[in-house]
Write a new protein. Sequence first.
Length: 352
Amino acid sequence: MKAKIAVLPGDGIGPEVIAEGLRCLRALAERHGHELTLTELPFGGAAIDLTGNPLPRDTLEACLRADAVLLGAIGGPKWSAPEAKVRPEQGLLGLRSALGVYANLRPVRVHPALLGASTLKPEVLEGVDLVFVRELTGGIYFGEKRREPQSATDVCTYTVAEIERIVRAAARLAHKRRRKLVSIDKANVLETSRLWREVATRIVRTEFPQITLEHMLVDSAAMHLIRRPSDFDVLVTENMFGDILTDEASMLAGSLGLLPSASLGEGTRGLYEPIHGSAPDIAGRGIANPCGTLLSVALLLRHSLGLEGEAAALERAVSEAIAQGARTPDIAAKGASALSTREVGDAVLAKL
Ligand code: NAD
C-alpha cells in the first residue's frame, strides 16, 4: 500500500524517540512492500524558534494532506515563561482541532516482565489490558469562562451529538475486544453527566446489544482503577475526567515512557503520540524510553493504515525486547544495566 505520514518530532526527547519510531516504520514498510512517504515537519517550540508559530502553515497543510500524523512531544522551559505570547501547546490544540480528532485512545497494558516497575503490588497488576477513550474537544475545558472580582466560572456543556459519537467510538472498540464497556460520569451531581448516561445507555442498547455496559461514578472509577484494574476492558469518559483518570491509569504500567495514544475523528486519519511530554530533564542524553512511540506507531499502522498484521508484529517485538531486558533507565530492573534509546530501538528492530 501507499501512504503519506506527516512526522512532527517536536522538542526535548521528541526527536530522540521519533527517530526510533521511524526506523521501525521504515523496516516494516520495506519488509511488507509498502510505500510510505514520511515527511518531517517543524512543530511546537522548534517551530516557534524557526517561524514564530508553533503550527506553521506548511506543517498544518502537510498534516491535513497526510493519512496519519506521528508526533513526538512538545514544550520545554525555553518556551514556558509566563509572559510568553506564543506557546508550543497552542500548536497542539490547533492541530487537534484542525484534524477534527475528538476521541483520544490510550491503551494501558502491563507487561508481565515489568510487574515490579509499578508502585502498585504485582498481584493487582497481573493481566491488566484496558483502553481509555477520552472525549477530547468538549466539556469544561472548552466552555465559557468568566471572572468576577470575587468569583470565577467555567461552563461545562455537552451536546447529544458529541456524546453519541464518542460512545460509538468506544463501543466499536469494545466490540473488537472483550465487549465490556464502562462509561464514567458524575450523574449523581452533574446535568451533563445525566445526559451522558442517557445517551450512552441508548446508543449501546440500540446499536451494540452484544456489549455489556456498566455506568460508574468517576470517584468510584478512580478507586477501582487501582483496586482491580484487570477487570476493565474499555472505559469511556468526558474530557476532564479522562484527563485525570488516564494519568492515574498510566502509572499501572510503571513508566510514562511506555504508553502510546491515538487521537481519532471521523474517517481513518489520526494523530499518534506517546503520552509523555518532552522530558527536559533527560533530553539530549539518549536515554528516553522509545516504547511509547513505537507502540504509537503500531496504533497508526492499525487505525489509519489498516495494517493489523504489521501493528501486531511491532507490538510483539516491543514486548519481546522488553522481556529480554532491553530497557531504558526508567524501567531497568534494580542492579541491571540500562540501555540507551538507540539500543532499545536496535533490540526491537532485531525482533522485527
Ligand atoms: P514529561 O512527560 O515530559 O516528564 C515527566 C517525567 O517523566 C520526567 O521525569 C521525564 O524524564 C519522565 N519521562 C517522560 N517521558 C519519558 C520517556 N520516554 N522515557 C523516560 N522517562 C520519561 O512531563 P513534564 O515534565 O510535566 O513536562 C515537560 C514538558 O512537556 C512541558 O513543557 C509540558 O508542557 C510538555 N508536555 C507535552 C506533552 C505533549 O507533547 N503532548 C504532554 C505532556 C507534557
